[in-house]
Design a protein around this ligand. Structure first.
Ligand SMILES: [Zn+2]
Length: 280
């Protein structure tokens, strides 16, 4: 379309051309032809008004926008949706490993919950005072250790009472250092709050003559293990995690627990539906 045609008055144009011209163009053309100042003023005024409204509404949006952004569920939803697949939420560290089949016993990967022994109940079993057990268990362990020594066997205490805090370090920090998942870690070490070591009744025993077998399945070949297997029950001790134990915990021939009085027996067996370990 030519410019000259645009500026023709409707009555000068053919009906085809008139239909072809947008209404807004036709009107402004007519107005421009007849009046010079007031339409310009109207346009400027309209523009100013439009700009003012735009700025005002933009400013209003600016004022309200931060609140709307803060309240927007988009960001938290995205974060929450992405997190569980990759990283457990910080407040549910135990979720991935809380796969108990029986909710009543609150086991975590086969480990039962245990109360931490009161400090006042603990006494040292080593000269440096570093390794402690509950009094009843400590007295019996020392008697057992002496009896073994008399037979030429050195029962070497490796670890006994551990606080929940100690276990936390052992489970999560050592697990991370070794690149172990909670499930892999739990096969070797109980999650915090679920270690028999919390009770003050459990002890890891090594053979003083063969320290290379400490905390290894090969401990079962040592004099110390053979002596314990034959004599520990006389002192109220039993192995907690023999091969194919019902808790599904890895075989730990070095880990023994005291069950020689009512309190210790109840600690490990009461209301747990666990049968005492029987020698075949
Ligand atoms: Zn142990």
């Amino acid at each position: 379309m030519k410019n000259s045609e645009l500026h023709k008055k409707p009555d000068d144009s053919s009906s085809d051309l008139n239909d072809d011209i947008p209404i807004a163009v036709r009107v402004s053309s007519d107005v421009n032809n007849k009046v010079n100042i007031s339409p310009l003023m109207l346009i400027i005024g309209g523009l100013i008004g439009f700009i003012f409204l735009s700025v005002a509404s933009g400013f209003f949006f600016f004022l309200t926008a931060p609140k709307q952004t803060t309240n927007s569920p988009t960001l938290p939803n995205t974060t929450a949706a992405n997190l569980p697949a990759e990283i457990p939420p910080a407040n549910s560290t135990n979720n991935p490993i809380n796969n108990s089949n029986n909710e009543n016993d609150a086991t975590i990967l086969g480990h039962l919950p245990y109360q931490e022994a009161p400090k006042s109940e603990l006494i040292p079993i080593t000269a440096d005072g570093e390794i402690k057990m509950r009094k009843a268990a400590a007295v019996k362990f020392q008697a057992m250790s002496q009896a073994a020594r008399n037979a030429g066997v050195i029962l070497s205490p490796i670890s006994a009472f551990r606080s929940v805090k100690d276990q936390n370090q052992l489970f999560f920090e050592v697990g991370a250092q070794r690149n172990q998942t909670p499930a892999q870690r739990a096969a070797l070490s109980a999650p915090p709050g679920h270690s028999e070591h919390h009770t003050g009744y459990a002890i890891d025993i090594g053979d003083g003559k063969v320290p290379a077998t400490n905390l290894q399945a090969t401990f079962e070949n040592t004099q110390a293990y053979l002596w314990l297997e034959a004599n520990a029950a006389k002192f109220g001790f039993e192995m907690s995690f023999p091969k194919d134990n019902i808790q599904g915990v890895s075989y730990e021939p070095w880990h023994w627990r005291f069950v020689g009085d009512s309190h210790s027996l109840e600690t490990f067996y009461k209301a747990r539906n666990i049968k005492p370990i029987q020698t075949p």
